[in-house]
Write a protein that binds this ligand. Structure first.
Ligand SMILES: Cc1cc2nc3c(=O)[nH]c(=O)nc-3n(C[C@H](O)[C@H](O)[C@H](O)COP(=O)(O)OP(=O)(O)OC[C@H]3O[C@@H](n4cnc5c(N)ncnc54)[C@H](O)[C@@H]3O)c2cc1C
Length: 483
């Protein structure tokens, strides 16, 4: 099945029974559960964009196997132009969710596309893994499969080295091998999109190193979410079942985060991409350049999100009539600066892209890593600025029902400003609250702080690739001058 429609995506979720728990109950149908269905509709909307006559040329491209249109984020661009088109596709998706669904399917699609191109690397020691990877990437592309992923193991204690404290009974490990595949047991976090995905990928993040070369904790595979023994445990849903007026973001873009338990799960051999090989597992993101491609997808999300917050701030200050006050201008200026830095990093990554050893036009790594790391502190600050600009207006937000009740005339009279009627003001500030104050908004801040690992690990990732010698050389050269 080439590029899917939203309905085909929903039908796929319904067709695959899976074990999802939320609030103490097993969810019988994720597409109809009130805490999850909003997110399902949002993802379905993304797939529908692939069939919009005007957008189709950007959102899809001809499959290298069948020639039929498939999702553009599966592309491995060979030219800068193709990379830029993929970037437009990702921006279209990110803007349609206001940047609030970080784990839209393109995140995993670009990752696996990079791995497919670099399949040889997976098979250097065990050639069958290269074939597994190639076939899997073709399978997800041709069937437009939606993937979640879980990289992080639980730890009972921490050490300062940054090494994971991996222990039997908490971390996911290979328990044994059979003719059919490997049997894995343990748990992983934090599968965003878990209940809303068709398949789950398990691998490890760069730098979060295991301590040995050969380890039962080292593995890379992908299996259907309905696989026997797999259980997803959701956090509370931040879709409160309210109207779009009352809860504009949470009622639309709940992507859910899950713990995943693996209870002696069979991973068929054809779905195993790496096994026991710690160094190779750690090298994957860097050698295959999947980290550059996923950060490029993140850059599109960052830009869309910053544009959205900036737009909110501009409308808030126009509505309140404080846009011309000096400290407001200064704060708006900061939001503009961050937004343009995100845009610049994305453009720089595309302008300086180069064909890599896998024949893929790869975004330049430093600018995309910069936007990823910058967002960890820039987004919380942007939200702080929204709070400073909005103050009590965030709480002067009667519900849709209040506008229809007996107190409506008073609301209309007192909440209107010179620039906006009460209804428009409240509608805007309910949206702003959902970005800056609600549980949904707070989770967005946490997401930006941690989705790509903790700040220390991110700093180390940047330091590992930064051309430090060039900088020290310049200073040494100056120190050596005698003019
Ligand atoms: C909203 C959200 C969505 C996410 N989605 C996904 C997803 O889809 N897939 C996925 O795989 N992961 C996902 N993540 C998980 C993310 O990768 C982890 O949160 C991240 O790697 C940090 O790990 P942790 O949460 O266990 O933090 P911890 O390791 O518990 O860190 C907490 C704090 O303690 C500090 N710290 C931890 N250990 C040490 C130490 N040894 N020495 C000194 N300081 C230390 C950290 O710097 C940090 O400030 C998501 C996270 C969030 C918040």
């Amino acid at each position: 099945m080439p590029a899917r429609t939203g309905q085909q995506y929903i039908d796929g979720l319904r067709a695959q029974e899976r074990e999802v728990w939320l609030g103490g109950e097993r969810v019988s149908d994720v597409t109809r559960h009130k805490g999850l269905s909003g997110g399902v509709r949002a993802i379905a909307g993304l797939y529908d964009m692939q069939h919009d006559a005007q957008l189709r040329p950007v959102m899809t491209y001809p499959s290298p196997s069948s020639g039929k249109p498939v999702g553009r984020s599966f592309d491995t661009p060979a030219t800068r132009e193709a990379l830029e088109t993929r970037s437009k596709m990702m921006l279209n998706w990110a803007r349609s969710t206001c940047g609030m669904m970080g784990r839209s399917p393109d995140f995993m699609n670009v990752t696996f596309a990079a791995w497919g191109a670099a399949a040889e690397f997976f098979g250097e020691k065990r050639p069958e893994f290269a074939g597994n990877m190639r076939r899997y990437v073709e399978y997800i592309r041709e069937n437009d499969v939606t993937l979640t992923h879980a990289l992080i193991n639980f730890q009972r204690s921490r050490n300062v080295s940054g090494m994971f404290n991996l222990e039997e009974g908490t971390a996911l490990e290979v328990k044994r091998e059979t003719d059919q595949g490997i049997i894995v047991r343990g748990a992983r976090i934090l599968a965003t999109l878990g209940p809303l995905a068709d398949e789950i990928a398990v691998y490890s993040p760069r730098l979060a190193r295991h301590s040995e070369d050969h380890s039962p904790f080292a593995m890379s595979f992908a299996i259907p979410c309905g696989t026997k023994g797999l259980r997803f445990l959701c956090r509370d849903s931040f879709d409160l079942g309210r109207s779009h007026f009352d809860h504009p973001l949470g009622s639309r873009f709940e992507e859910m985060d899950c713990i995943v338990f693996f209870d002696d799960v069979l991973v068929p051999w054809e779905r195993v991409f790496l096994l026991y090989d710690v160094n190779r597992l750690n090298a994957v993101p860097h050698v295959t350049h999947s980290t550059a491609h996923s950060a490029h997808q993140g850059a599109a999300k960052n830009l869309a999100k910053c544009e959205f917050v900036l737009g909110l701030a501009l409308l808030m200050t126009q509505t309140l009539g404080n846009a011309h006050l000096p400290h407001t201008e200064e704060r708006i200026g900061e939001l503009m600066l961050t937004t343009e830095l995100m845009r610049s990093c994305m453009r720089a990554a595309e302008a300086d892209a180069e064909i890599d050893r896998w024949g893929v036009m790869c975004p330049a790594i430093l600018p995309v890593e910069s936007t990823r790391n910058l967002m960890m502190t820039a987004y919380p600050r942007m939200i702080e600025i929204l709070q400073l600009l909005g103050s009590s207006s965030f709480l002067l937000t009667p519900s849709e029902a209040d506008f229809k009740g007996p107190i409506a005339p008073a609301i209309e009279q007192y909440l209107a400003t010179d620039n906006a009627g009460a209804l428009d003001r409240v509608k805007l500030f309910r949206l702003a609250w959902d970005a800056a104050g609600s549980a949904f908004g707070s989770r967005q801040v946490l997401y930006e702080r941690f989705f790509a690992s903790d700040p220390l690990t991110r700093a180390r990732a940047m330091a590992a690739i930064y051309p430090k010698g060039e900088m020290t050389e310049r200073v040494l050269e100056f120190l050596g001058r005698d003019d």
